[in-house]
Write a new protein. Structure first.
Length: 323
């Protein structure tokens, strides 16, 4: 079997927790080299995943390794220059969410990728959670979506991402914003209430939106809540699903209700695994990226699509009721 040759930049938390373990399991993937600035992380990660060569300069790594694609796994304020370099070298690129600190940056990356014929993917893993994919299929079978709700709450009122490089909505609650686009499609209108409590910064984002289909979407994101809660609701004629896929601690479940009765599906059953990386969509998103590379197909969460999610987050901040 021909292997996809990957070069990796960044040996941080997400790389080690979910992405490299997923890729290392795939028989059609070769992790040829790793670049990381911190010696200890570089050595430990290379050893753990049997990566043969390491670098501290990604430019040297790209020149020497000539990989098929590059994973760039680091916070958004460190991404831009590196991703631009990879795209100019005509490499396909995978990054975590968010794709950039501003929508303008995300759009520029999308334009550069398109000009250079690169396949790109942003790790909006919620779209790849097996439980949510299963519920979405059941909803499509039942009928046309008329209402989607995505909620994401945390008990971190004063959360400050990367010393203030980016706000809560664009950095983290963006998962729920992107999920709504995945559930309902293109958004044509949005109105919001944005608030703050227990913090000088905005930490509550409530929005209603209209999809191009005419269906409604609701975002509920509150960082001054009681715990991490991240849930999804689909409504269609004679169909409602409440899904809580769980989180790092344990897998959750979905309940689908129809006039004939209720059906419960567990996140672990849908994924065939109780491993976080599997039931929470990380393995599946990496598998999908590799398959897209092999088929020469642009991933659905490519940079231009991710820029639309960033733009929707902008619209949520701008289109506030009564302003
Ligand atoms: N999808 C999710 O559910 C989810 C969850 C948490 C975090 N994230 C996202 O993952 C991204 C990465 O977060 P993280 O916590 O893994 O980051 P991290 O800070 O732990 O890791 C980044 C690594 O990149 C290295 N690095 C920085 N610049 C470099 C350079 N020029 N060359 C080589 N190495 C360099 C750093 O030394 C560090 O080890 C963030 O954007 C975050 O928003 C996503």
């Amino acid at each position: 079997m021909e292997k996809v040759k990957l070069a990796l930049i960044g040996a941080g938390a997400m790389a080690n927790a979910v992405h490299y373990p997923s890729l290392a399991e795939m028989p059609d993937v070769h992790l040829c080299a790793l670049c990381e600035l911190i010696d200890e992380k570089r050595q430990q990660t290379a050893q753990r995943f049997a990566i043969p060569r390491t670098y501290s300069d990604y430019r040297e790594m790209l020149a020497k390794e000539d990989p098929d694609a590059v994973y760039v796994l680091m916070p958004p304020h460190h991404l831009f220059d590196i991703v631009v370099y990879c795209l100019k070298a005509r490499k396909h690129v995978f990054i975590e969410k968010p794709p950039a600190v501003t929508t303008f940056q995300a759009e520029e990356l999308a334009r550069l990728a398109e000009r250079n014929g690169c396949l790109t993917m942003v790790g909006f893993n919620r779209r790849f959670i097996p439980l949510l994919q299963r519920v979405r299929e059941e909803q499509a079978k039942a009928g046309e979506l008329n209402l989607a709700v995505a909620a994401f709450h945390k008990a971190q009122p004063e959360a400050l991402y990367y010393d203030g490089a980016i706000d809560v909505l664009h950095c983290d609650a963006i998962h729920a914003v992107d999920a709504l686009r995945w559930m309902g499609g293109d958004v044509v209108a949005v109105a919001s209430h944005v608030g703050s409590s227990s913090s000088a910064r905005q930490n509550r984002f409530v929005a209603v939106m209209e999809f191009a289909s005419g269906a409604s979407g609701v975002l509920l994101a509150n960082w001054d809540s009681g715990a991490r809660v991240h849930t999804f609701e689909w409504h269609a004629p004679g169909f409602v699903a409440y899904a809580d896929p769980g989180g790092p601690d344990a897998p959750g479940q979905a309940v689908i209700r129809r006039p004939a009765g209720a059906q419960t599906i567990s996140a672990a059953e849908a994924a065939g695994s109780t491993e976080f990386a599997k039931f929470y969509g990380f393995y599946a998103e990496n598998r999908y990226f590799i398959d897209c590379l092999k088929r020469g197909q642009q991933p659905e969460t490519c940079f231009s699509d991710a820029a639309k999610t960033m733009a929707l987050a902008d619209a949520i901040l701008c289109n506030r009721i009564g302003r």
